[in-house]
Design a protein around this ligand. Structure first.
Ligand SMILES: [Zn+2]
Ligand SMILES: [Zn+2]
Length: 398
C-alpha cells in the first residue's frame, strides 16, 4: 500500500465503524470481520483473503490509540487542502509554504509533498511507523530564516489591442495598470521611514512555527506576525503597514513578431505587489489583433487579394503590391485565371519563433463599371470574337 493510498483509505469505513467509535467498538468490529473473512475458514477464496487483509490493515492503525490519533491528523490535514496529497492543487508543494530565500531555507525544509508525492510511493506497508517515522522526523529539523510566501501579490490580467501589422512585425506597446504596488514611502517594508520592522520573536523571522504531534511536525503561519516574519511597531503612514499602495504603473510590453490574436504574454513579477515586500504576482496581457484592410494570415503566410482586369489576366502584367514593410513587384503570368495564387517567398510573417511564411496574392478579376469599357476592351472583345472562342463550349447547360 502506497502512502497516497494510505491517505485516501478510510479505515473506519473498512471496519464499518464511525470516526468517533470507541477503541472497544473498533476492537469488536475488527474481531467480527476478521472471524468472518479469516483465510482458514475460506481456503482459496481470494475475495475473503482480500477482505481479511483490508480489515487487518485498518485495525493495525485505528486499533492502536496513538496510531489512530496520527492517522486522524494526517487525514484532517489532507482534507484541509494542505496540498501534496493525491495531487491536490497548491499547498506545500505548490509553494504556498515554500520559503523564499533566507538562511537555511530549502535543505531541511519540511515539505509535505515530499512525503506524499512520488518519492516513496509504492512502498509496502510495514506498519504506520515504518512509513512515516523517518520522514516526519524531518519536520523537527525545519528552521532558519525566510518568509512565508503566501503573502505573494495577486496576478493581474489585462489586455491590449494592436494593429495587424504591429502584431505581425512585433512592437513595444505601452500599457497602464492600476493595482496595489510597492509603497513608495516605505519601499514595501510597511514600516514608517526611519524605523525598521523587528524580527518576530515567536517565529524568529521564519513566518511560520513548527508544531509537533508525536512523530509529526507541522508548519503553520506564525500567529504572532501573521506569517510576515516581522512585526511593525511604527507603521508607514502611507500604506498603514501593508507595504503596498494602489496606483497606476506603466509598462512597455514587447509584442513578439507574429503573435496571433488572443495570445497571452506574461510579465513575471509585474502583478500586484506582495504584502510587506513579499514577491509580486505576475502580469498577464492578452493581445487582441485588429483586422487589416489589405492583409489577413494563414499561419505565418500573409494573404491578400490582388484585383486585376480581365485583359491583365490574359496578357499578363507586373504589379507592385504591398508587403508588411514595403512593396514588392509580382508578375501575373499571361493566361492566368481568376483565383490563381502568386507566391512570394520570404515576404510573409517572420515570427519570433517558428518558420517565416510567404506572401500569397490571390488574383481577383474586377469587371469594369457599366459603360466604362475602354477602346482597348472593345478591341479585345472583337479580337476574341474573331478567334472563334466560345465561352460556353462544352458547358452542360448549352
Ligand atoms: Zn508604506
Ligand atoms: Zn512570527
Amino acid at each position: 500500500m502506497s502512502q497516497s493510498d494510505w491517505v485516501d483509505r478510510d479505515f473506519y469505513a473498512d471496519l464499518g465503524v464511525s470516526k468517533d467509535a470507541s477503541q472497544n467498538d473498533i476492537r469488536k468490529a475488527y474481531r467480527k470481520l476478521a472471524r468472518e473473512s479469516h483465510p482458514d475458514s475460506h481456503p482459496g477464496d481470494a475475495a475473503a483473503e482480500e477482505k481479511f487483509k483490508k480489515v487487518s490493515t485498518a485495525y493495525d492503525v485505528v486499533g492502536d490509540e496513538s496510531k489512530r490519533k496520527e492517522y486522524d491528523e494526517v487525514r484532517q490535514l489532507a482534507a484541509s487542502g494542505y496540498g501534496g496529497f493525491g495531487g491536490g492543487g497548491g499547498g506545500f508543494g505548490g509553494g504556498r509554504y515554500r520559503r523564499a530565500g533566507g538562511a537555511g531555507a530549502g535543505a531541511e525544509e519540511f515539505d509535505i509533498s515530499d512525503l506524499f508525492g512520488g518519492g516513496a510511493a509504492g512502498a509496502q506497508s510495514g506498519g504506520f511507523g515504518d512509513i512515516f517515522g523517518g520522514l516526519f522526523n524531518r519536520g523537527a529539523g525545519a528552521g532558519g530564516g525566510g518568509r512565508q510566501a503566501s503573502a505573494r501579490g495577486e496576478n493581474i490580467e489585462t489586455s491590449v489591442t494592436v494593429g495587424f501589422r504591429d502584431a505581425a512585425l512585433g512592437k513595444p506597446v505601452e500599457i497602464a495598470v492600476t493595482a496595489p504596488s510597492t509603497c513608495n514611502t516605505c519601499s514595501g517594508s510597511g514600516a514608517k521611514p526611519g524605523t525598521t520592522p523587528r524580527t518576530c520573536g515567536s517565529c524568529q523571522g521564519a513566518g511560520y512555527v513548527n508544531r509537533s504531534q508525536g512523530p509529526f511536525g507541522f508548519s503553520e503561519p506564525c500567529p504572532e506576525c501573521g506569517g510576515a516574519g516581522t512585526i511593525i511597531d511604527d507603521p508607514c503612514p502611507e500604506c498603514r503597514g501593508a507595504g503596498t499602495t494602489t496606483r497606476t504603473r506603466h509598462f512597455t510590453v514587447k509584442i513578439p513578431a507574429g503573435i496571433e490574436d488572443g495570445k497571452r504574454i506574461r510579465l513575471q513579477g509585474k502583478g500586484q505587489a506582495g504584502f510587506r515586500g513579499a514577491p509580486a504576482g505576475d502580469l498577464f496581457v492578452t493581445v487582441h489583433v485588429r483586422e487589416d484592410k489589405v492583409f489577413s494570415r494563414d499561419g505565418n503566410d500573409l494573404l491578400l487579394e490582388l484585383p486585376v482586369s480581365y485583359p491583365e489576366l490574359i496578357r499578363g502584367t507586373k504589379v507592385s503590391i504591398p508587403t508588411l514593410d514595403g512593396r514588392v513587384t509580382v508578375r501575373v503570368p499571361e493566361n492566368s485565371r481568376d483565383g490563381h495564387v502568386l507566391r512570394v517567398r520570404g515576404r510573409g510573417i517572420n515570427p519570433q519563433s517558428g518558420n517565416p511564411g510567404a506572401l500569397r496574392a490571390t488574383l481577383r478579376v474586377v469587371s469594369p463599371p457599366a459603360g466604362a469599357a475602354s477602346a482597348e476592351l472593345a478591341a479585345y472583345a472583337e479580337a476574341l470574337d474573331a478567334s472563334g472562342f466560345d465561352p460556353r463550349a462544352g458547358w452542360q447547360g448549352a
